[in-house]
Design a protein around this ligand. Structure first.
Ligand code: NAD
Ligand code: ZN
Length: 364
């Protein structure tokens, strides 16, 4: 399966399928990537032992020379310190302007390596090789960043890859929690854009959770296609693109209050999506059944929809006010009208948010 992210001169293909790592060399040849320059593969210390050799060997057999930077797995590697370490690997490895940076891993590696690619010699070709389900979201769209101590994703760029090479075989080693969390973003793409795809997700929850390759291939293709459509209409998030933040206003606050360790990103936005549905129902934007449907859908994927009891209301509110999406005493939320249709609502009051926080602590 191949689809295209349509961005004029910066358009790029997303290839999704089995055994793609083994053919990586041919895909690089298609892009016209130089065989004279060395290329940098960035990965983490969980993905590296599983797939780095497979990728490097495939590239070598097509005549590509690679150097490698292996960072520690986890969000902590999205830092300026690790960014500088990867830069050191790039310089010591002799990368030049024709060298490509390949991100082999999940969203952490993709965001970090993408920012390295955007910055090294003011920009070299970037290739995403996602290995998580969540990364169907993060590898498409060109947002790359590292975190600042005070705020997540604060230092970054818009930098589109030349290609996304999504080998479904790599997903087989994902821990179940990561599978669920990744599927939360797939469900999100349905909820914001496509009622029929949302129903399909509901009906195929079991197949998706068990990584059935037919279902997974279709679901990821649809998720990528929806993201690609939204991004190609609004690359720099001046308007429409913000709908991709469904569940993220509260979700980011949950992650922050939980110290980025308690809940995975996808788990936090699952609760956030349930909250958005509830706020929409409470303010009469959506019919009551929308909340029940959303909750049921997320629970089919084994995702949380209740807010952990210990998460303090005021700390959550404070975290949301810190977020970029804050305007005066009101918060910007993406709220659903119906399945497949959302609206960017700039005037959700703190009272509405407090109410939903209380309601979501009672859910079971
Ligand atoms: P991740 O990269 O940390 O991967 C999750 C865990 O799974 C890691 O421990 C990793 O080592 C492990 N792993 C990855 N692939 C594996 C595999 N195939 N087999 C076994 N283990 C594997 O996290 P993620 O969930 O992929 O991404 C989260 C990050 O993505 C966050 O930093 C978030 O900010 C970012 N993100 C970015 C965008 C964007 O548009 N750029 C969008 C969404 C999320
Ligand atoms: Zn997200």
């Amino acid at each position: 399966r191949t689809l295209t992210v349509d961005l004029g001169e910066r358009s790029y293909p997303i290839h999704i399928g089995s055994g793609l790592l083994e053919s990586a060399g041919e895909y690089l040849e298609q892009l016209g990537i130089s065989k004279k320059s060395p290329h940098l593969i960035v990965t983490d210390d969980q993905v590296g032992p599983l797939y780095l050799e497979r990728l490097a060997t495939a590239l070598a057999s097509s005549g590509y020379r690679t150097v490698h930077a292996v960072v520690a797995a986890g969000e902590k590697s999205k830092s300026l310190t690790v960014f500088e370490e990867v830069m050191t690997s790039a310089i010591e490895g002799g990368l030049d302007r024709r060298s490509a940076v390949l991100a082999l891993g999940g969203g952490v590696v993709g965001d970090l390596a993408g920012f390295v690619a955007a910055s090294y010699m003011r920009g070299v070709p970037f290739i995403q090789v996602p290995t998580t389900i969540l990364a169907h979201d993060s590898s498409v769209g060109g947002k790359v960043a590292v975190n600042h101590r005070l705020a997540k994703n604060m230092i970054g760029a818009f930098y589109q890859p030349e290609m996304v090479l999504y080998d479904l075989d790599t997903l087989q080693t994902l821990p179940i929690r990561e599978i669920r969390a990744g599927l939360a973003e797939m469900v999100k793409h349905g909820l914001i854009w496509d009622a029929a795809f949302t129903s399909w997700c509901r009906e195929h929850a079991e197949e998706l959770l068990s990584l059935d390759s037919e279902s997974l291939g279709y679901g990821l293709e649809m998720g990528c296609a929806i993201k690609a459509q939204v991004v190609s209409k609004d690359e720099r998030e001046l308007g429409l693109r913000a709908i991709l933040n469904l569940g993220h206003t509260l979700g980011h606050a949950i992650e922050a209050v939980g110290g980025y360790g308690e809940l995975l990103h996808g788990e936090a936005i699952s609760i956030g999506m349930a909250a958005s549905a509830k706020i929409a129902v409470n303010r009469g934007l959506a019919p009551a059944k929308l909340y029940e449907e959303t909750k049921d859908l997320l629970q089919r994927f084994g995702l949380p929809v209740a807010l952990p009891e210990h998460m303090d209301e005021e700390r959550l509110i404070a975290a949301m006010m810190h977020d970029k999406k804050f305007v005066s005493q009101q918060l910007v939320f993406v709220l659903p009208r119906e399945v497949g249709t959302v609206e960017i609502v700039p005037d959700v009051t703190l009272d509405e948010v407090r109410q939903v926080i209380r309601e979501l602590k009672e859910v079971d």
